[in-house]
Design a binder for this molecule. Sequence first.
Ligand SMILES: [Fe+2]
Length: 155
Amino acid sequence: MRALAELSADHRIFEGLLDALERLLSDEEESAHARVERLLKALRQGLAEHQAAEALLFGSGRKHPSKGALKREHEDLSEVREALDFILESGVEENFSALKETVKHLDERLRRHFKFEEEALWPAMKSDAKLPRKTAAEVARHIRAIARLKEEAAV
Ligand SMILES: [Fe+2]
């Protein structure tokens, strides 16, 4: 299993979701509310799956030269997910005009996460993670869930 390639593919899916969100928010059309909400939910759920897959790959016991940095990236994703929870709980329609700025901020954080992992963290690993079969199956399940979310969000 080429886990890192799969995780990079996840990152591309999230970028697609973020691009679609930005397009919808810049249109500022009332009819965009429902689609924005759907995309935000897909993003939140997808990030939870991605985080779970990363935790399995880089979790306790696995050696990595940048363990601290990996942990920080993981915590950063938790904060983004909390911010998405907040937006969704406050109501997309009610806060539509303020969403643009908030989403822009989250967008920057996520893209930074993708770049940092792909360019700095993962190359520092000696080889692609070789996982026990059960863990690999679990990681694959998370990755399939993200691909499904993308289809459901119709991006
Ligand atoms: Fe990631």
